[in-house]
Ligand binder design. Structure first.
Ligand code: HEM
Ligand code: CU
Length: 492
């Protein structure tokens, strides 16, 4: 067992940092639980176990999609902030502004959906928001888009502040990415992985968010000046560049928790390497050009872009994923790992990420996509890596900060397996239904699909029970700190 510290002193939160951190964590947990209950509502409706009017189903689906995507982004930005602030000087006011803008945006989204009746899905794909057949008003669609814009501005501020802070320490973004060591030279082993990952995300996701902002403004103009027609294919390209990038950024921010925390629990160093730098540099390019895999049914797309989307789908996630999972496994193998909630969650996240991208790679193949496109195979894939991959990364940080050091309490012994089991039942129900060609985004299912829906509902209910236990544990832990956990020491 090593002497490596679980709670290095440079990680302590100042008083103000702790206030902002607690606000983020408490809000994120609350929204997750609420959105999960909306998810369960959809599953119960598809199961015919609960009567949900059709228009309500699509509102719930819209709120769940937008709410979850935004919240997982916000939650993983906490991971990035928490570790990056050890190496560069981030502006707390900007991180707080991101929070405020997010809450304002979330209120706008929820109002657009539950008061305005907007139900055009989180992807707000043109021209659906403006052709509602009077189910919702153009103002509801506009409010929904305004909500996204607010959230986007917050993220943009956060990334700009991060890039600015990184440049002040490392000179430029290339050096922060370690590009100077790609072709040789002695790598500075103390160069933090958190800085490499944060730089990559700050660059790529600000491009993604900007693409989103551009397309949102275009759509907003179109809502109020319908004579300004939009090129639907261009709009779809920008929308999916944004959508793909934003959700992938949550993995790339969340994985910083693995880099920073895993070696502390295994007691082994987990140093930076040339393959690591190569994988992050190549993913930086690929994550931005892979999005055409969402447009494979769009025959009007230039064919080369679809081919690129297919080929890059095979490669885009792989480098970072391979170095991370391989690195994590070799780091933990025979290390005498201390199994606590954070370390168990981190290992779960490696499994969930690994297993969750396999169905995506399969679906990224044009010939398979012809059959699987818009089946529940797709929610099967992304719930897999989000619920069992990214969410555990985020939860790992939360459990770490509340100083959960006692070896597995009874609630962990129950909560953790329940989360994993419920999650697996839930995602395999989607994958199996997708395999049977059950379409996604359908409120009403054929009788032969109902067993999958019902299995999914049961899995979801189990997972939500575990999530409630986690949320209560974490909130109680936050209230007890400081004093209880080292990083909670008030230093200023
Ligand atoms: C207990 C947890 C959850 C349950 C029960 C649940 C349930 C569902 C259901 C039933 C759907 C619609 C599937 C269909 O098209 O037929 C859905 C869609 C979706 N979920 Fe979840 N979900 C959960 C967690 C999450 C999480 C953690 C995230 C992201 C962080 C997420 C993101 C999404 C997204 C983006 C959609 C797509 C919405 C659309 O098609 O427009 N979900 N979920
Ligand atoms: Cu994608």
């Amino acid at each position: 067992m090593s002497t490596m510290q679980l709670y290095p002193a440079d990680e302590a939160l100042t008083r103000n940092e702790r206030i902002v951190f607690n606000l983020y964590v408490a809000s994120v947990l609350l929204v997750f639980v609420l959105m999960m209950l909306l998810g369960l509502t959809m599953r119960l409706a598809q199961s015919t176990w609960l009567g949900v009017p059709l228009d309500v189903f699509y509102r719930v689906m819209t709120a769940h999609g937008a709410g979850m995507v935004g919240t997982i982004g916000l939650a993983s930005s906490v991971v990035m902030w928490f570790f990056l602030r050890k190496y560069v000087k981030l502006t707390l006011a900007i991180f707080a502004a991101n929070y405020v803008l997010f809450i304002l945006g979330a209120v706008a989204l929820l109002a657009a959906v539950f008061i305005g009746g907007y139900a055009g899905a989180w992807t707000f794909l043109y021209p659906l928001p403006v052709h509602s057949m009077n189910v919702w008003s153009p103002h509801a669609a506009a409010l929904f888009m305004l909500g996204y814009l607010l959230i986007g501005v917050g993220f943009l501020l956060f990334y700009l502040d991060a890039m600015w802070a990184i440049i002040r320490v490392y000179g430029n973004l290339g050096r922060a990415l370690g590009l100077q060591w790609l072709f040789g030279g002695e790598i500075d082993k103390s160069h933090p992985k958190a800085v490499v990952a944060s730089t990559m995300v700050a660059i790529t996701n600000s491009i993604g968010v900007l693409a989103g902002a551009v397309v949102l403004v275009m759509c907003l103009i179109n809502i109020y000046f319908p004579s300004v027609g939009l090129n639907a294919l261009l709009v779809k390209n920008l929308t999916y560049l944004f959508g793909h990038m934003f959700i992938n950024a949550s993995i790339y921010m969340g994985v910083i928790a693995v880099y920073e925390m895993l070696p502390r629990y295994s007691g082994r160093p987990y140093p930076i390497s040339r393959p690591f730098l190569w994988s992050w540099a190549s993913s930086l390019v690929m994550v931005l050009i892979v999005y055409p895999h969402h447009l494979m049914m769009d025959y009007a797309m230039p064919f080369w872009m679809l081919v690129m989307g297919q080929i890059i789908s095979y490669c885009a996630g792989l480098p970072v994923f391979t170095v991370t999972v391989y690195g994590a496994l070799t780091n933990v193998y025979r290390s005498g790992m201390r199994w606590r909630m954070p370390s168990s969650l981190l290992m779960l996240s490696m499994f969930g990420w690994a297993a969750g991208i396999i169905p995506a790679i399969i679906d990224g193949t044009i010939s398979v996509n012809r059959v699987m496109h818009n089946t529940q195979w797709v929610p099967g894939h992304f719930h897999f890596y989000l619920l069992l991959g990214v969410l555990p990364m985020v939860l790992a940080l939360m459990f770490h900060v509340i100083g959960q050091r006692t070896p597995a309490r009874a609630s962990d012994k129950l909560g953790f397996p329940l989360y994993v089991f419920g999650g697996l039942v839930f995602v395999f129900a989607f994958l199996a239904a997708g395999h049977e060609s059950t379409p996604r985004r359908f409120a009403v299912h054929l009788p032969q699909w109902l067993p999958y829906d019902q299995a999914g509902a049961i899995g979801a209910a189990l997972l939500i029970t575990a999530m409630l236990v986690f949320a209560v544990q974490i909130l109680v832990g936050l209230l007890r700190s400081p004093g209880h956990a080292d990083p909670a020491r008030v230093t200023g």
